[in-house]
Structures are given as C-alpha cells and as structure tokens.
Design a protein around this ligand. Structure first.
Ligand code: HEM
Length: 505
C-alpha cells in the first residue's frame, strides 16, 4: 500500500480535528494560558495565528542568526537580569564562553556538564532577545527567578505521573470545564502549584515587558524583535500606552483581529515556553548523539572547520544562514536529530464532527473484518504520535530505528515523497497543517547556530552515567537518568576543548 496514504490520512486528521488539551488533568493551559494560540480553536486560533505569522517568516527568522550566535558564543557586556536591550551591545549570554571558563578552571581541562540545564538557560536568553528584545541574563545567573521557574519545569509538572494523577487525567474528561478550572486554580498538588507559579511569574514578566517596550518605542528605540515585528507596538499601541491597560489597541488592524490583554500575555507565555524548552532539549539530544558517535562528531567538526576557512577567506568572521544551509553534513545531522528525537513526541486532538479517516493500510478488526477506512465519532480523543510517524519503516526504511544522518545525504530519507507532509523535510516534528509549529524556521536556525558554535569549540564524550540516559515523556521529551528520575532533567557529558584541526577528514 502506498505509504503516502498514511500521510494523507494524517493530514486529514490534522486539518479536521481540534485541539483537545484536557488530557493532562492538570491542564497545560495553566502554563501558557488558555488564551494562547495552542489552546484556541476555530476563528480565535486563526486570528491569533494571523497576528503571530509576520514575526515568524523566513526573512524575520534569518535575521535572528547573529542574535543566536551571540547567545551561543560571543563577546559580551555586563548584564543585569531582565534589562531591555539597547541593541548597541551584543547579547552577553555566552554559553560557550561560560563553558570555556569552567573547563579552563578545572584540573583535568575538561568538565562534566549537565547539558540541558545549560542549554535551557541559553535558549531562554535567546527567546528573550529574539521575541521580546529583552535580556534575561539567565546564563549568567542560574538563580534568576525566571531561570529557576523554568528549570526542570516540564518534568515537575508532567513527568513520572503518579497513579493518582493518571487516574485524575482519565476522569478529568468527564469534569465540566469550569469545575476543572477551579480545581486547577485551587489544588495543592505540587505539579499544579508549580504550573501556577510559573504562569504567574511569566504573566508579571509579560506585563513588565509590554510596559517597558512601549516606553522604549515612545523614545524611538524600536527594534526587530518578534513583538515589534508583529505590530504589538505600532503607532496605535503607542498612543494607547497613556492608558497601559488598553493593550487591546496593540494591533494596527481590524478590531476583530486585535488581541485582548489576556491573549497578549498568554501568547507571550506560549512563546517563552514553546520557544526554549523545545530547542534546548533538541540540542541536548543532538549532543548526546554526537558523544555516542565520535565519527559523526569528527565529521561535523571537520565540515565546520572547512566552512570557517571559507568564511575567513572571504574576509568575514561569522557564519551566514547560507553558510549554515550549505553544510551538507550538519544539515543531514540536524534533520536526523529532529526525526529521531522529536521533542514534541505526540499531540492531542478531539474530533469536532463525525468523520471517516482513510487508512494507508487495511486493518483487520477483532471480529476479523478488514477495513480500509476508520469511522471517527464526534468527541473521540486522538493521540497523534509524531514519534511513530518519524520512525515509520514504510516512510524511512528498515533502519528507521537507527540514528543515521547518512539517509539525508544518500536519498534514503525520500525527502521528495509524492505527498509532502510536515513543514520541514517531510518530518512530523513540527506537525503539519493549520496548527503546525509557527516557530519552526526560527528553531532550525537557532539549532544550527548553537550546534555550529559548541561543536566547533568543544568535544563531547560519554561518561559512565551517560549510559543511563533515558527519555522522560513530560509534554516535551526530556533526558533523565535511569535510577535518578526524581532528580529531574539530566544529560551529563564530558566537555573538553576541541582540537583546531580535525584528523581523518
Ligand atoms: C525543535 C523545536 C520545536 C519543535 C519540535 C516544535 C514543535 C511544535 C509542535 C509539534 C507544535 C504543535 C503542537 C500542537 O498543536 O499540539 C508546535 C506549536 C507551536 N510552536 Fe513549536 N516547536 C519548536 C520550536 C518552537 C519555537 C522556537 C517557537 C517560537 C519561537 C515555537 C512556537 C510555537 C507556537 C506559538 C505554537 C502554537 C502554534 C499554533 O497553535 O498555531 N516553537 N510546535
């Protein structure tokens, strides 16, 4: 049977079904907020998506490369946690400078680092600058309220659910929305409390950012961050800032397209969360694969060196987006990481009408009947497995469960399938259709920038503990250690300074 049919079936699913979020029982809505695009449906979702889209186009995302390079590397200046950027200074997050300091100050000239803990803070800084033109300074200050709030957050809220929590998730679908909301708002459950704390901190931060941003724009210091690009701070917004509660007037568009104040804050919370936990965990899994496969690491580093030589030869110092895209091996490696480790491993939908799904392959029911399509009743909850699609042998070949970047170079990944699904290289990682990840270009460029920087400078090797790395399904797929799951996100690797010349390539 043509595998494309499964893709078509999936696409139908994505287009027809609405988002259904109450699967958690805790309601993830408490983190980004029920007014955020990920929880909106129908026309409300379309309206928010329309407002967001201009900030996430190809040119806008490409323009963030220097900023990501700054967060991954670079020279910096003193930073106070949470300060608005004047953009006369580069972002000082300096992940690799920090790692260099740690290594140089160690006796062994290498250090065991808990990779995701660092990356989470570095990508939080990156999203702060790119989306809001704000420096969080979390890489410099791991004790900052924001860094602490987000540290291990997904695991605390969704990881290793107790039997009671699993039971509550199941019964929550029978509890009316308002009662469920009340339970979420008042419960003493540690996970729910944690979600409430993060939501409240992120909301007050969002308020402060909107107020400060308006002030800056009034002084004529606008910038190219996502929120400025979105028009959040258009002239109509500026004039409304005499009464800052009227953030509603933020859009220079039709009244029906404007965001309410709550929607704006929820949107900011969504971007804060979706924009950093996803990329930081993806880069962490990427570094684990490089440590597991030293030959891939050497090959990637050799390609980085080769490109650096070409960049210097033309008189430049930094990689451009074209340089990054032209690195064949790096591109193949990143695509394979996104295929093999989709951090959003599944999404949830609920049928909003009776429907029939076409099947790529017939199914034999328990009663022995062979069916070619699947009737779906209105109200049916569906778990869409991104991970299963990305490892489907019909689509990726018999070695679908093997981490093999080569498939993207030798054509085996069949990027050009008859029906294209997914926004990036036929992967389901960023989903597809009307609710596909809006930040996928942004994410790909950020991953390219961070990997190029850290792999160019450092060598990553496994330590004994690395053999115990396991996946924890906590909304986002996070690494934890077998036997130490309660300690939260852990992916320890030995990091040392990389040789300047890569042998063998
Ligand atoms: C490797 C990185 C990323 C992955 C794998 C990823 C994956 C996804 C997936 C699968 C969805 C759909 C979720 C659903 O409908 O249930 C989604 C939605 C979303 N993502 Fe991402 N994402 C990534 C990075 C980012 C970044 C960097 C941003 C922002 C800067 C972002 C912003 C969003 C937003 C706002 C939505 C909601 C879109 C909507 O409902 O219309 N994501 N993402």
């Amino acid at each position: 049977m043509d595998p494309v049919f499964s893709a078509v079936g999936f696409l139908v699913l994505v287009i027809v079904y609405r988002v259904y979020r109450r699967y958690t029982g805790i309601s993830l809505a408490d983190v980004p907020g029920p007014e955020s695009p990920s929880f909106m449906m129908g026309e409300d979702h379309k309206r928010q998506r329309k407002v967001l889209s201009p900030g996430f186009g190809a040119p806008e995302s490409k323009a963030f490369l220097p900023l990501f390079q700054g967060c991954a590397e670079s020279v910096g200046t003193e930073v106070t946690p949470y300060s608005l950027n004047s953009h006369q200074q580069r972002d000082p997050s300096q992940l690799s400078n920090k790692w260099m300091d740690v290594i140089m100050n160690s006796k062994e000239q290498s250090a065991v680092l808990n990779i995701p803990a660092w990356l989470s803070r570095a990508t939080l800084d990156a999203i702060g600058e790119a989306a809001f033109d704000v420096r969080f300074g979390s890489i410099d200050n791991e004790e900052s309220a924001l860094a602490r709030a987000y540290s291990n957050m997904m695991n605390d809220i969704f990881g290793s659910p107790s039997n009671e929590r699993i039971f509550f998730r199941e019964v929550s679908k029978y509890i009316p929305d308002r009662i469920l909301q009340y339970l979420v708002e008042t419960s003493n459950n540690p996970g729910i409390q944690r979600a409430r704390e993060v939501a409240s901190l992120a909301t007050s931060l969002a308020r402060q950012m909107v107020t400060d941003k308006a002030e800056m724009l009034l002084q004529g210091k606008g910038n190219r961050d996502v929120f400025s690009l979105l028009g959040v701070c258009t002239p109509s917004f500026r004039s409304s800032t005499s009464n800052r509660s009227t953030v509603k007037a933020n859009m220079d568009t039709d009244a029906k397209e404007k965001l309410t104040e709550e929607e704006l804050y929820a949107l900011m919370r969504t971007i804060l969360l979706a924009g950093h936990e996803t990329t930081s965990n993806t880069i962490s899994w990427a570094l684990l694969e490089l440590a597991r496969h030293p030959e891939m690491q050497s090959r990637l580093r050799a390609e980085i060196r080769e490109t650096e030589v070409a960049i210097h030869a033309r008189g430049d110092t930094e990689f451009t987006v074209t340089d990054l895209d032209d690195m064949t091996y790096a591109t193949a490696f990143i695509k394979e990481v996104l295929r093999f480790h989709p951090v959003v491993y599944q999404v949830y939908r609920c049928a909003n009408q009776d429907d029939v799904l076409p099947l790529s392959q017939p199914i034999t029911t328990r009663l022995g009947k062979v069916i070619h399509e699947l009737p779906v009743q209105k109200g049916t909850r569906i778990v869409v497995s991104v991970a299963a699609y990305n490892r489907n042998k019909d689509l990726w070949g018999d070695d679908a469960h093997v981490f093999n970047p080569e498939r993207w170079i030798n054509g085996a990944a069949k990027e050009k399938k008859a029906t294209s699904i997914g926004v990036y290289s036929n992967l389901m990682t960023f989903l597809s259709g009307a609710r596909a990840c809006i930040g996928w270009r942004f994410a790909v460029i950020e991953i390219q920038a961070f990997l190029t920087e850290v792999v160019g400078k450092f060598e990553f090797t496994l330590i004994d503990q690395s053999g115990r790395v396991r996946r924890e399904a906590s909304g986002v797929m996070t690494p934890t250690l077998e036997g130490e799951v309660e300690k939260g996100v852990q992916l320890p690797l030995r990091v040392s300074v990389a040789l300047q010349a890569e042998s063998g390539y």
